[in-house]
Design a protein around this ligand. Structure first.
Ligand code: GUN
Length: 307
């Protein structure tokens, strides 16, 4: 049944399935050429949510034909141990993507670890080389959640040129790269944060609202211009009516009648993040193939005699 409200739903599950099918087809082609894309996932410590995220990433990789390598270190692992593992993965030509699941235990400097990853294998797009490249509009590995939001926006609106986009939240993982991507798509971009004055008034001017604040149901109808497209990045666990629920940063019931299109939680942005991670791993593998040093004459001769 197609109710008017259902027509407004931006279905992240359906779009991510499409992305994953495209990635799987391209992974199969690359594998047939002798290069199976491989993703190394590093998990340090016992954070239960991180364990769930990593399990999902590994499962999804298997489904699209990407080889995944899980590296688990105990919570008390030293920064040097983590850095030594990254150095090993950087040097391994069979590894095309490296992801260190965040957050890391408090005694480990996150920036130092992320900066140690080879930018060519940085499938999270968190290395300063890739962050800088994104802000310069270069074609670099891009953080997965913002990349997924962009795919949903393009699928919903087509051309984004000239739209006024408001990003609520300024994290390194979502808010800042999201703003850079929207700018690259020729949007007029405002970034709202905890010190913004009268954020509701500013948000009501937006054609596109991307909410990434991590506060359950903070954005309700009073923040929205009628017809706005709303992308809800929040995944908040709350207790309500005696049970645990997952809710977004947007008050879905309040926003639905006002928005022209909106992502649900769950089933909106969440599935897109993993799909874009698979896409980035494929991209990294392709780029490393084209940049691999040419075989030496001796290697070619050895190959010819072996054949
Ligand atoms: N923890 C929460 N989100 C992310 C993400 O996008 N990448 C990594 N590596 N860790 C996360």
């Amino acid at each position: 049944m197609n109710s008017p409200t259902c027509d407004k739903l931006i279905d992240g599950k359906a779009v991510s399935a499409k992305v994953l099918a495209e990635v799987a087809a391209d992974v199969a082609l690359l594998t047939a050429e002798g290069i199976q894309p491989a993703l190394a996932v590093v998990l340090v410590g016992d954070d239960p949510a991180s364990h769930v995220y990593v399990r999902n990433k590994v499962l999804r990789a298997g489904e699209v034909g990407i080889r995944s390598l899980e590296h688990r270190l105990p919570a008390e692992a030293s920064a040097e141990q983590v850095l030594a593992l990254i150095a090993e993965l950087n040097a391994d030509p069979q590894v095309h993507g490296i992801l260190v699941q965040l957050p890391l235990p408090a005694h480990i400097d996150e920036t130092r670890v992320l900066q140690a990853i080879d930018p060519a294998k940085d499938v999270d797009g968190f290395h300063s080389e890739n962050v800088g490249g994104l802000s310069q509009g270069r074609d670099v590995l891009t953080p997965c959640t913002p990349a997924g939001c962009m795919r949903l926006l393009h699928d919903t609106l087509g051309d984004l040129r000239g739209k006024h986009a408001v990003v609520i939240g300024r994290s390194n993982i979502v808010g800042k790269p999201m703003a850079a991507l929207l700018l690259q798509a020729d949007c007029t971009v405002s970034v709202l944060h905890s010190r913004s004055q009268d954020p509701q008034r500013l948000c009501r001017q937006a054609d596109i609202v991307v909410a990434a604040v991590g506060r359950p149901r903070m954005i309700d109808a009073s923040w929205l211009k009628p017809g706005a497209v709303v992308i809800d990045v929040g995944i908040n666990r709350i207790e309500e009516d005696g049970r645990t629920r997952l809710v977004g940063d947007v008050d879905y019931a309040s926003a639905l009648p006002v928005a022209s299109a909106i992502t649900p939680v769950p089933g909106g942005v969440g599935p897109m993040t993993i799909a874009m991670l698979m896409q980035n791993t494929l991209t990294a593998a392709r780029q490393q193939r084209s940049q691999a040093p040419a075989a030496t004459a001796a290697e070619e001769a050895a190959c010819r005699s072996a054949c």
